[in-house]
Design a protein around this ligand. Structure first.
Ligand SMILES: [Zn+2]
Length: 77
């Protein structure tokens, strides 16, 4: 019975770990350019891919960037 409880306990920890790590992904901030041809998101504001951005550089969450159909910058991936 003690062993059984131990297994349950470690599984709960595992579930929490998954929840926390998926939350971090959702709230992770990335940078996007709102230019007409911009289809990427960037992990760093000073990325070379953003240097020729003609508009403001916006900071959004990773989930927002993905909702906009953005994919990760080829340089940073
Ligand atoms: Zn980039």
């Amino acid at each position: 019975m003690i062993q059984f409880n131990k297994i349950i306990f470690s599984n709960i920890h595992f579930v929490f770990f998954i929840l926390i790590s998926s939350c971090n992904t959702v709230h992770k901030e990335v940078y996007i350019c709102e230019g007409k041809y911009s289809k990427k998101y960037h992990l760093k504001k000073n990325c070379n891919g953003l240097s020729n951005c003609s508009t403001e550089i916006y900071k959004v969450t990773l989930s927002e960037a993905k909702e906009k159909g953005r994919t990760i910058c080829a340089i940073e991936n």
